[in-house]
Structure formats: structure tokens, C-alpha cells
Design a protein around this ligand. Structure first.
Ligand code: GLT
Ligand code: MN
Ligand code: MN
Length: 389
């Protein structure tokens, strides 16, 4: 039965072919599900109310396909997209599965591998552009090391930069309307991966030839597995105007990359994330880079997909409730409006302002003794979230 949480196209929910298509292989076990053909994924996601699907080149076209096979596969896929009103807002390249990438694509010590990597990415960018993708993600799954004696880490950063600069020029040269989004992960599958966090990438982007073309694609699980606060990484990306895309899922701290259903673990973190995205006007895709538990069959996969989208919408409704709660708003006003007469001391520097500020007398004992009332507002948030308010 549809209700107010039923996903709609305008919610801009997307899934990767690799997410709902995940067959449940893990380091200790064989696949538990059969691959779902891309056309059926498109159809089922459309029926559930998603906006689009994203893909790696090889989620759709096998790595050794001839160009005739490629064209036939792409044609059938485009027909499915048109038949079911689905978009491909984002595309990416698989530079991690094939053994050739055992030591990375961009950062491999072997220039032959780096050359093949560039060739593969250019073809995959062509495919993405053909399908209408405006965002191109780079997740350097093999860009890292087990032993840091094997690869010079400064050289690795330089190689990554060289590769991205080359590809920015390629996109410009082709006249594609496309931006890049870099996705960080601290480890797994490599022992240590370069650009471990979104913050590492935000710094690196400014060193590129075309920083305006490049942003980030933070993933909940990737920052959380390192024990970091995802919320803060996303906020910093937003402040920098670099939140081009986002990978939503969930994760327990300190584990392997679990890619659980969005909002399945940390309700409070998910609520605060939805509030951040909704109140700061994030307009990109809400992409679920997650997969169903290995216990599930295909029916469970669709339960999982619907669950991701419904939970987002439920949390969005909770955000509305929170923002419309008079007591909460009163408390927030107090918190954010205190001692407003001191605001003029802050902001842009001037000699006069500095002199005035030096003359101020602060009673730091009284200032330090004051409680802030944060317990109360946090509890009100919990009560809204737990459904009793
Ligand atoms: C892989 C990874 C994800 C990335 C995908 C894009 S591939 O599933 O675990 O986090 O977003 O390359
Ligand atoms: Mn992940
Ligand atoms: Mn991801």
C-alpha cells in the first residue's frame, strides 16, 4: 500500500547495478544469489520508485566484449531505461576487479598498466556520456599498498594527479557535460589506500589542473569504518561546494566495509545526515551504495532496496517534525542566539575592531560556569526519532 513514505522519482533515489545486483560473495563464501540481468534491475527499481541506476563499465559490458557485443548490450539497456523512465546520473570504471589492477590503475608502478587504466577509463567515460551520466565517480579500489616499501607514496599521489588531469582534459576535449567525484576509503581491499578520507581528497582537488570539475563522493561506511564522523566530512564537502554525489548506506564502527541498508544501524546518525542534506539544499542524487544481507534471495534484495528509500523518506519526515516543533525551535534559538551583542567583535578583521576587542573584559569564570542545555534538545530529538513526540 503506498503511503507518504513511498519513494517517488523527484526524491532522486538511485542504486548501482552492482548494489542490487550483488550476489553475496564474500572472502569466505560463494555467491548466494544469481546475477539479476540489468534490464530487470531497471524495471524493478523503476516500479519501486527509484529515479535511476548507476554503473561501472563492466556491470553492463563484460571486460573482454567486442565492440559489436558492447553496442548490442548498450542498445538493450538503453531501451530498458526508456521503457521504464529511468536515468543514469552517474557512471564509474571498474579498475579493481581484474588481476591486471592488482597494484592499482592510476598508481601502479607499471606504466603499461597505467596506460591501460587510462584507456579503460576513457572508454568507460564514453559509455557514461552515452547513457547521459553527468557525474563520473572514481573509487580507487586498488590504489594503495600492503607494504609501503613497494611504492613511493609521494609518487603515487603525483600519478593519481597526472591521471585525473589527463581525464579532465579528455572530458573537455570530447565536449562532455561531466564532473568527477572522488570517493575515499581508508582500507579494504588494500591494507592501506591512498586518500583515506574525504578530507584527504578535498585537499588534493585544489592541486589539480581543473579543480572546478572535481568534487567528492563520500560514503557513510567508508568514513565510519575508520571511526570518523561522516556528518562532519559531508559538511566540509558542502562548505567547499564539492558535494557532487553521495553514497548512502550504513555500517558498524570498526568493521569491514559492510554496505548495509541505509539507516539500518545508526538511526541518529542517519537522521542528522538527512537533516544536513535537506536543510543545506543538496540537490544531487541520493545514491544507495549498499547491498542486501547475504541471507537474502532476490525478494529480499527488493525489500532491501525499498527499505533504503523508505527510511530516507521517514527520516526526512522526522526532520520536518523536528524543524516544526515549537519547543525544539525555542531551545535552538536560545542556543544560537546567545550573547548576540558580541557578534560585532567577530568576522572581518580591522585595526579598530582588534583594538576594541583587546579592551573588552571577559568574566571567564561566569562564562565557564554556564550550562548549555544541550541534553534537553538532544533528548527532544531522540523522542521525535523514537516516535513518541
Ligand atoms: C565498490 C565500492 C564502492 C564504490 C563503487 C564505485 S565500487 O562497490 O565498495 O564503495 O562506490 O566504484
Ligand atoms: Mn562501501
Ligand atoms: Mn561507494
Amino acid at each position: 500500500m503506498p503511503d507518504q513514505y513511498t519513494p517517488k522519482r523527484e526524491d532522486r533515489f538511485t542504486f548501482g547495478l552492482w548494489t542490487v545486483g550483488n550476489v553475496g560473495r564474500d572472502p569466505f563464501g560463494e555467491p548466494v544469489r544469481k546475477p539479476i540481468p540489468p534490464e530487470r534491475i531497471v524495471q524493478r527499481l523503476s516500479e519501486l520508485g527509484a529515479y535511476g541506476v548507476n554503473l561501472h563499465d563492466n556491470d553492463l559490458v563484460p571486460i573482454q566484449a567486442t565492440s559489436a557485443e558492447r553496442d548490442r548490450i548498450v542498445k538493450a539497456f538503453k531501451k530498458a531505461l526508456a521503457d521504464h523512465g529511468m536515468q543514469v546520473p552517474m557512471a564509474t570504471t571498474n579498475t579493481f576487479s581484474h588481476p591486471v589492477f592488482r597494484d592499482g590503475g592510476f598508481t601502479s608502478n607499471d606504466p603499461k598498466v597505467r596506460a591501460y587504466g587510462l584507456q579503460k577509463i576513457m572508454s568507460a567515460i564514453d559509455l557514461g556520456a552515452e547513457l547521459g551520466a553527468k557525474i563520473y565517480v572514481f573509487w580507487g579500489g586498488r590504489e594503495g599498498a600492503e607494504s609501503n616499501i613497494t611504492k613511493d607514496a609521494v609518487t603515487a599521489v603525483k600519478r593519481y594527479r597526472e591521471g585525473l588531469n589527463f581525464l579532465c582534459e579528455y572530458v573537455i576535449d570530447q565536449g562532455y557535460d561531466m564532473k568527477f567525484a572522488l570517493e575515499a576509503k581508508p582500507n579494504e581491499p588494500r591494507a592501506d589506500m591512498y586518500f583515506a578520507t574525504t578530507g584527504h581528497y578535498l585537499g588534493f582537488i585544489e592541486t589539480l589542473d581543473h579543480p572546478e570539475m572535481v568534487g567528492v563522493n563520500p560514503e557513510v561506511a567508508h568514513e565510519s569504518m575508520a571511526g570518523l564522523c561522516f556528518h562532519h566530512g559531508v559538511a566540509q564537502a558542502m562548505d567547499a561546494g564539492k558535494l557532487f554525489h553521495i553514497d548512502l548506506n550504513d555500517q558498524r564502527f570498526g568493521r569491514y566495509d559492510q554496505d548495509f541498508r541505509f539507516g539500518s544501524e545508526d538511526y541518529k546518525g542517519a537522521f542528522l545526515l538527512v537533516r544536513l542534506l535537506e536543510t543545506h539544499g543538496y540537490a544531487g542524487s541520493k545514491h544507495f551504495d549498499a547491498h542486501a544481507y547475504r541471507t537474502e534471495d532476490e525478494a529480499g534484495v527488493w525489500d532491501f532496496a525499498l527499505g533504503c528509500m523508505r527510511t530516507y523518506n521517514i527520516l526526512r519526515e522526522k526532520v520536518r517534525r523536528f524543524e516544526g516543533d515549537a519547543e525544539v525551535q525555542g531551545l535552538l534559538k536560545e542556543i544560537h542566539g546567545q550573547n548576540a551583542e558580541y557578534e560585532p567583535h567577530l568576522g572581518q578583521y580591522s585595526k579598530a575592531k582588534a583594538a576594541r576587542l583587546k579592551g573588552e573584559v571577559f568574566d571567564i569564570e561566569a562564562m565557564g560556569a554556564r550550562g548549555l542545555g544541550y541534553e534537553k534538545v538532544d533528548q527532544l530529538m531522540a523522542e521525535i526519532l523514537l516516535g513518541v513526540r
